[in-house]
Design a protein. Structure first.
Lengths: 178, 651
């Protein structure tokens, strides 16, 4: 019984060691923040279409087809980096993507999409950035996956890389039958 | 050429570390004096080799040799000389080299100063130190070689992170490492004692000065880091419970406990296996600290660049060093005999309480720091633990600690007498009540600061009453007391000074938490603001040019309630190479607090100024200084300096 006390430190240390070893795996990003929206209905919004100024609300996310919602801006360099990934998703796999030009002047956003190609089925305009706040966007690019009923199932902050696409996003898309 | 010599010396040091551990441990096992002497010599040589290597790296930084990757990444030709020098350890490779250099310094110091120790004990200590050095040198040579070249060499470097270009941060890491690594000696003593199967009063006496040295440096290092955060980060806070701060604080807590429990071992041969465990834990926590800062395991503003390969390597070292020593502990420590028996109310009892409280405090900080990681490992949830956790768990533990800290020194060994104690506490209670009344009168309405400062007053007055008692006061005449004052061991003064220092720091903490007044707002030139009895006026903004930065400076004139006028000049510096901005707070220290002005964002119609009167803050730094001075005074005590008796056990 007395000896048990002397074994206790090593037991505690082994548990700690296991947690630390787990913590080092390269998949884990200690800076990552999960979204509060996962598993919830998408927040209410009403945004003008970038091109025809017609107002669009959150109902567009609940039309039965799962969609990606992508916050971008022409001034955002990482957005350009993820742009080819979005284009291949839209063109090669036929995924519906809604773009949100965030804190971006309409002409700048249009010019940027013209120059680099437009992967968006629909492009909305969030000039004051309020909708971005409702979605918990803290830096762009950010991408959300919404199922056909308007429920948020995935959020990625930062540029979509081919790794994240193949490891995280594709399995989810396939799960939704896309 | 110099770089090649440095690199060669580094690899040589690795070989010497092998020799140091092998010959020392083997020699101790065989009781062979020749082998042990070789081990001791290897410890000296390892230190010289590492000193040479470090000098070569320093040279590369000073002459801006950008053909070395680490220099190109972390230095710049326009950087001031002091920061070129400090840049040597302002990066992962250089700092870990400094880490082993200090380790080798302690190894050589044990070889040099430890000649009075029993030879086998000394050899085992040196051998264990060699093993630690071996692990970290393999780490450097394998994954963090500071002498790695880049080709072609860039024309200029990427500069040192401007936040680190600061005098406080230039000396903070070496101090901290001297503390962290210093505990390796206590650790090695503990392992050696486990190997020898013997812990006695002499062991307690030998391990204390080494622990004290490490503790002094760690105290200094933590205080410097805190001071740096206070004036450089510009938020005015001095402690954020950030993981990197916490990992330096944990070994301090156990190290402080160790310092006290070693006294019990020395005087009464009690608490032996506990003291051994503390020595192991303290250095283990230092290692874990080194690991967490470098692995990117937890998010922190201070952490070095993340590199998983390095993380796995250090984790392996941790597993061997800590796991090995704890297994040895589980195996050998139960056979240690219990020591002297003591009553709960006694000096030993108070020291034991101190140890329990400090260990619990460490456990709360440990839990707060690593709980998010553990939770994430179990169910993937991300949580963060901030100051509210610590103010509800850690702070309440400090209350009984401070109470016990006052009483402890007044109690005799073995068995204390409560009635006698109460008699001695009368004066203390009076002084404490007096201080509390003053605080209550000055600051009507808040009870917490009255209580906090009352605790500090309690500690200070008990320390003074204790000193007076040792001098024979009030019975003896002043002349007799004066005579006795010279005869009192320095350790007695050191203890009193350190306890008073902590209390003074507590006053600073309490005061700054409760009485700080702050204003943040947009101001135009000519605007003025009154705060805490000071009148601030923004005179103008101006531009300034530094050696490797451009600055915007606000000229703020301040008038205090006494009518004295002076100007304060907070700056914002922009470092073009790193495209980073730092804030330089303007601080004017007074007895009762700091006037603190920082410059925020510059907007179209003015600048954001942050004006504050940070109450009692200077007391915090002064208290930390007293802690260090108290430690130094104790260290200079004859009893610790003369490495004690026992050439006897050599036979």
């Amino acid at each position: 019984m007395r000896r048990l006390f002397f074994v206790l430190p090593i037991v505690v240390f082994l548990a700690l060691l296991a947690a630390m070893f787990w913590g080092l795996n390269s998949e884990r990003d200690p800076g990552a923040l999960p979204s509060m929206l996962i598993g919830k209905q998408a927040p209410v919004f009403s945004l003008p279409d970038l091109y025809d100024q017609g107002l669009v609300d959150e109902g567009v996310l609940a039309d039965g087809t799962p969609k990606l919602l992508s916050f971008f801006a022409s001034w955002c360099i990482p957005c350009l980096a993820e742009h080819p990934v979005l284009k291949s998703l839209a063109n090669d796999r036929g995924i519906n993507i809604i773009g949100v030009a965030w804190k971006n002047k309409a002409d700048d956003a249009k010019g940027w999409l013209e120059k680099h190609g437009n992967p968006y089925q629909l492009t909305l305009h969030d000039l004051p950035g309020r909708t971005g706040i409702d979605w918990g966007v803290y830096g762009i690019p950010e991408t959300f996956l919404v199922d056909g009923k308007g429920k948020v199932i995935f959020r990625h902050a930062g540029p979509l890389t081919p790794q994240i696409l193949s490891k995280k996003l594709m399995p989810l898309l396939e799960g939704l039958g896309l | 050429m110099i770089n090649e010599i440095g690199h060669f010396a580094l690899v040589l040091a690795l070989g010497l570390a092998i020799a140091q551990s092998l010959f020392s441990l083997w020699g101790a096992a065989k009781r062979d004096l020749t082998l042990m002497t070789i081990g001791r010599r290897a410890a000296y040589l390892q230190f010289f080799a590492l000193a040479l290597s470090f000098a070569a790296l320093t040279n590369a930084f000073l002459v801006s040799d950008f053909s070395l990757a680490v220099v190109a990444e972390n230095s710049h030709s326009a950087k001031p000389l002091l920061f070129k020098f400090a840049g040597v350890w302002g990066n992962h490779e250089g700092s870990i080299l400094l880490w082993v250099l200090i380790l080798a310094l302690f190894g050589a110091a044990v070889s040099w100063f430890g000649q009075g120790l029993p030879v086998t004990l000394q050899a085992r200590v040196i051998g264990v130190q060699g093993l630690i050095g071996l692990g970290f040198l393999a780490f450097i040579v394998g994954t963090s070689d500071p002498f790695l070249r880049v080709f072609p060499a860039p024309l200029d470097g990427r500069d040192l992170n401007p936040l680190l270009q600061d005098i406080g941060l230039a000396i903070h890491p070496p101090m901290l490492y001297l503390g962290y690594v210093g505990f390796s000696v206590a650790f090695a003593f503990a392992i050696a004692a486990l190997l020898e199967g013997q812990v006695d009063a002499a062991w307690g006496r030998w391990v204390r000065p080494w622990t004290l040295v490490a503790w002094i440096f760690l105290t200094g290092g933590i205080s410097l880091g805190s001071w740096w955060a206070y004036y450089e980060l510009g938020w005015g806070g001095w402690w954020f419970w950030d993981p990197v701060e916490n990992v330096s604080f944990m070994p301090w807590l156990t190290g402080t406990a160790l310092l006290h429990s070693a006294i019990v071992v020395e005087k009464r041969e009690a608490l032996r296996s506990w003291t051994i465990l503390l020595a192991i834990l303290t250095f283990s926590l230092s290692l874990i600290g080194t690991f967490i800062v470098r692995s990117g395991l937890l998010t922190s503003v201070h952490a070095f660049a993340v590199d998983p390969e390095r993380g796995v390597f250090i984790l392996g070292l941790l597993a061997i060093a800590i796991g090995g020593s704890l297994i040895l502990y589980a195996w050998r420590a139960p056979d240690m005999k219990g020591g002297g028996i003591f009553a709960p109310v006694s000096r030993e009892g108070a020291l034991l309480l101190n140890n329990l409280l400090l260990a619990t405090a460490m456990a709360t900080v440990f839990l707060g720091t690593l709980y998010p990681l553990i939770i994430e490992a179990i169910n993937g949830a991300k949580i963060s633990i901030g100051p509210p956790f610590y103010s509800q768990t850690f702070v309440p533990l400090m209350v009984p600690l401070l109470v016990a800290m006052g009483i402890g020194p007044l109690l005799p060994w073995k068995r204390g007498d409560l009635v006698k104690l109460a008699g001695r506490l009368k004066l203390v209670a009076l002084m404490t009540a007096f201080v509390m009344a003053i605080v209550l009168w000055k600051d009507a309405g808040q009870l917490w600061p009255v209580f906090g400062i009352g605790l500090a007053a309690w500690v200070i007055s008990t320390a003074l009453v204790d000193l007076a008692g040792r001098l024979g006061l009030p019975k003896a005449s002043l002349a007799v007391a004066w005579k006795r004052a010279g005869g009192l061991p320095r350790a007695a003064y050191g203890m009193a000074l350190a306890h008073i220092g902590l209390a003074v720091a507590v006053i600073g903490m309490v005061g700054s938490s409760f009485w700080t007044e702050e204003f943040i707002g947009l101001m135009k030139s000519g605007d003025s603001q009154d705060l805490a009895g000071y009148h601030f006026q923004l005179e103008k903004m101006e531009a300034a040019e530094g050696p490797n930065y451009q600055a915007r400076r606000a000229i703020v004139s301040v008038q205090d309630s006494g009518g004295n006028k002076y100007t304060m000049e907070p700056e914002q510096r922009f470092y073009p190479v790193r495209k980073q901005t730092t804030t330089e707070a303007a601080i004017r220290t007074t007895l009762w607090g700091d006037v603190y002005v920082t410059l925020g964002e510059v907007q179209k119609d003015g600048v954001v100024l942050r004006l504050a009167f940070r109450s009692m803050i200077p007391w915090l730094w002064f208290g930390a200084l007293l802690l260090v001075l108290g430690g130094l005074l104790s260290l200079s005590d004859r009893r610790l300096r003369v490495a004690a008796p026992s050439k006897v056990s050599e036979a």
